[in-house]
Every structure is written in C-alpha cells, then in structure tokens.
Design a protein around this ligand. Structure first.
Ligand code: UD1
Ligand code: UDP
Length: 375
C-alpha cells in the first residue's frame, strides 16, 4: 500500500489541503498520514474540526509571536524525525508557508519525493509576498510533482525548466473546499447577523501580510475616511491572530462604531459573510481565489498579486496600499453602478471543485512507477 504523508499547519493550508486529505483517506490503496505542524494553533484547529480531519502527528509548534528563524529551526527538527520514522512514498506540501518550505526540504534531505499542491504561483519579486514568494520558488526546485491550479501557473514552472511531464493542471483545491462547505446550511452568531442586517453596505476587510506592516496604517486611514464619508457603509474586520497585526489594528482602527473588529471567523461563517458583503478589501491569497466564484468585488491591498487570473476575470483590482487610491477605488465601487457590475460577475478561473480527486488519481498512477527517486 502506498504511504502518502501530508504536511501542513496554517489556516489556508488546512482549508486547501482538507479536500486532498479526505480523498486520500477514502482511497483503499492509500495509507494517508497527516502531519500537523500546528504553525497555527486555534485558526487551524477550527478548520480541522470543520472538515473532520484528525492529525496523525501534532507537532504543536506554534509559539506566541514566533520568528521565522525560530519556527524554521523547530520545524526542520520535528518534521524530519516523523519522515524518518514513517518513510512515506511521497510527502505532499501546499503553497508557500514556512511549513511548506521546511516540510519539502526535510523530505528532500531524506530523498523522499515531494508533491507540491498549488504550484507555480509567482510574483517574481522575492520580497513580495515575503517570505512566501521564495518559499514557493524553492519548493518548485525540490518537488518532483507539481499540481498547478491554472495553465498560467504551469507556464511559470515551464519557464523555470520544470519538466512539463511532472506538472498537472488540476485547478485549485480551495474551490473543492468552498463548494463542500457552501453546501452546508450555516448559522451565523446573532451578533453578526445583526450587523449584516443593518441595511448598510458592508465592506469586509482582512489584512495580515508581513510585507504590508508598514503600509497598514495608510490602509486603515483609508478605511476611516471611507466610513466617515459614507453614512450607509460599515466595515467588518476579522483580525488575524498575529499579535503584531492585532495590536496595530486595535490601535489604528478600533473605537469606530461602524467598524466591527471581530475574531477570525470559522471558515463556514466566513464564506457566509463573504457572500453577503458589498465588497472586500484584503491582502489575503485565498480570498482572491474564492471571491471570483462568488462574484464579490475585491480590492487587493498589495503591490503584487500571484493571482492575475482573478484580475483578468474582472473580480480583483490590484490597488496597492496608498490611502488615496484605496479611497478612490472604493468610492468608485460605492457610487458607480457600472463599475460595480463589471467587477461582480461570477467567474471562477480556479477550477471546478474536482482538484483533490485529480491529485489523488495522478498520485496513484505515478507514485512508485519508477519515475521517482527511491531510497
Ligand atoms: C502565516 C504564513 C502566511 C499565511 C498566513 C495565513 C509564513 C511565513 N506565513 O503567516 O504565508 O498567509 O499564515 O494566515 O508561513 N497565531 C495565533 N493563533 C493562530 C495562528 C497564529 O495566536 O491560530 C499568532 C501566533 O502568535 C503566531 C503569529 O500569529 O506566532 C504568527 O503566525 P505565523 O504562522 O508565524 O505567521 P502568519 O502571519 O500567520
Ligand atoms: N478565512 C476564514 N476566516 C477568516 C478569514 C479568512 O476562514 O476570518 C479564510 C478565507 O476564506 C481563506 C483563508 O482563510 O480561505 C485565507 O487565509 P489567510 O488570508 O489567513 O491566508 P492566505 O490565503 O493569505 O495565505
């Protein structure tokens, strides 16, 4: 029986790997092992609970305010030990976090082949997003199998001399997750229902990127100006658990009755909220993939995006973090119906919701078939 080890540990990895783990677990020919690094604790636990996924190993790594260096040190040690013990046929990692890079590198050191889910996203600027762009580039060097969400992602990999034979365009597993959870009927806490029922236009805000720290103040100033200029607008801001982000948000944007600072929402509730807001302002990666399928306009408060497909689909607009531009672009969407309509067409360039099955089918056809480096 083939032994496939999935290594992940943050909220977005959890959401996007949940469908893959479910498909692996359902396959009678596969022994699925999930190594939870717990780079995130509570935010990932919520996701695992929602998808009913249990860790085979819980490395319990998160520390309050962890530095990337310390996290990397502890990860390499603990992940390596599990790989050494289990000797899997393949290690699967996802995306571009510190867990992703270190998980792949630990597997490489033991000559265990790596499959990279969500491969080939690029901004080509190693400091934006930081450190995610370098993490995913390095994993592309290490991985044997590259599961690319889109053709453009595949082209990025081909340009870096990854063999086309080892790249599969499978869509993004986030669509699998989104569709699965959307099928459930979810209830929002009353407090949140009441906010959504005020009759005001709601802007959903999320900001958590490291390279955005300095720019956050200007984004928050823009939010204050937008709320002050529009009586019929309110903001919901689920604040990431990162203490640096949290503190700054409370200092800079707290205390306004039309700006609701709330705890991170469970994924099921977050989807519900996304579907019911007027527009989203965010620096999140995953939200850029979910919103086009929901037809909710997104202003991406970053200087770069590795998801140009969403910009081309018309749902995303890359606005950077300048206060004036965010105010201008938001105001345009609030007051110009045509601009709003153009961005709110439902278009989903990221797959059909069958990505996890495609990944598992490919693994079954190829792992252990002589293509891979063996121990
Ligand atoms: C990480 C990823 C980033 C991803 C983001 C998703 C890296 C370098 N960054 O960034 O790519 O977009 O996750 O959210 O891998 N914390 C909690 N509880 C939690 C999660 C975090 O308290 O459930 C706090 C802890 O104090 C932790 C801090 O947040 O030390 C930062 O977490 P960390 O994973 O290092 O960085 P993120 O900014 O979350
Ligand atoms: N998300 C969530 N609750 C929240 C905010 C976001 O469940 O309060 C989900 C969101 O729908 C998306 C994922 O978390 O699927 C994105 O995570 P994040 O923005 O932290 O990371 P990124 O995608 O930028 O790496």
């Amino acid at each position: 029986m083939m032994k496939i080890m999935s290594v992940f540990g943050t909220r977005p990895e959890g959401i996007k790997m949940a469908p893959v783990v479910q498909a692996l677990e359902q396959d009678p020919d596969i022994e699925s092992i999930f190594v939870n690094t717990a780079q995130h604790r509570d935010m990932l636990d919520q996701v695992l609970h929602l998808f009913d996924i249990t860790s085979d190993y819980d490395l319990n790594l998160m520390k309050e305010g962890q530095s990337l260096e310390d996290l990397t040190n502890r990860l390499i040690d603990k992940v390596s030990k599990v790989i050494e013990k289990e000797e899997p046929d393949l290690v699967l990692v996802h995306g571009d976090t510190t867990t992703t890079f270190v998980g792949a590198y630990a597997a490489y050191l033991q000559k265990v082949p790596v499959g990279h889910v969500e491969a080939g996203l690029r901004t080509h600027n190693i400091y934006s997003p930081f450190p995610e762009e370098i993490n995913r580039q390095l994993v592309s060097k290490i991985a044997t199998y590259h599961f690319a969400p889109t053709n453009r992602n595949k082209e990025n990999l081909l340009r870096e001399n990854v063999s086309g034979d080892n790249i599969q365009v499978v869509g993004n597993t986030v669509i699998d997750a989104l569709l699965e959870i959307s099928r459930r009927t979810s209830n929002l806490p009353n407090e949140l229902e009441n906010i959504l029922a005020t009759g005001k236009k709601t802007i959903l805000l999320t900001m958590h990127r490291r390279e955005n720290l300095e720019a956050l103040q200007s984004v928050y100033r823009a939010i204050h100006r937008i709320v002050a200029a529009n009586d019929d607008v309110q903001v919901i801001f689920p604040i990431h658990k990162n203490p640096v982000i949290r503190e700054m948000a409370l200092d800079e944007i707290g205390g306004n009755t039309d700006i609701y600072l709330i705890e991170p929402l469970e994924y099921e509730q977050f989807i519900h909220v996304m579907k019911n807001v007027y527009l989203i302002i965010t620096d999140s990666g995953g939200i850029q993939e979910e919103a086009p399928g929901l037809g909710i306009p997104v202003l991406v408060a970053r200087d770069t995006t590795e998801r140009p497909e969403g910009v081309e689909a018309g749902t995303l607009r890359l606005v950077g973090t300048s206060e004036d531009i965010i105010v201008l672009e938001t105001q345009r969407l609030l007051s110009n119906e045509d601009s709003y309509k153009m961005m709110s067409e439902v278009q989903n360039p990221f797959g059909q919701g069958d990505s996890a099955n495609k990944i598992v089918a490919y693994i079954k056809r190829n792992v252990g078939q002589g293509l891979l480096v063996s121990k």
